[in-house]
Design a protein around this ligand. Structure first.
Ligand SMILES: [Zn+2]
Length: 79
């Protein structure tokens, strides 16, 4: 299924997925941001030094990619 244009335009901020330098957890960040607090271990990650997993054109797209990455890795162990 392809998204229609109005849906795509909602949140067009380029978003990156980076890997935490300490715990290896994946997180989302706006591309223009310089640092990000890891939601898993609380480390202030310098995005330039962190490994970039993926880049997306919008926040929803990035979170979709992140969800797939997590399910592949079994990162969420709630079930
Ligand atoms: Zn972390």
């Amino acid at each position: 299924m392809r998204k229609n244009l109005s849906e795509v335009n909602l949140k067009m901020a380029p978003t990156i997925i980076v890997k935490c330098t300490k715990c290896g957890g994946y997180m989302l960040s706006a591309k223009k941001q310089k640092t990000k607090i890891c939601p898993y271990c609380g480390t202030n990650v310098t995005l330039q030094r962190a490994q970039h997993i993926a880049t997306a054109d919008s926040a929803p797209e990035a979170s979709e990619i992140l969800r797939k990455l997590k399910s592949e890795r079994g990162f969420d162990r709630k079930s």
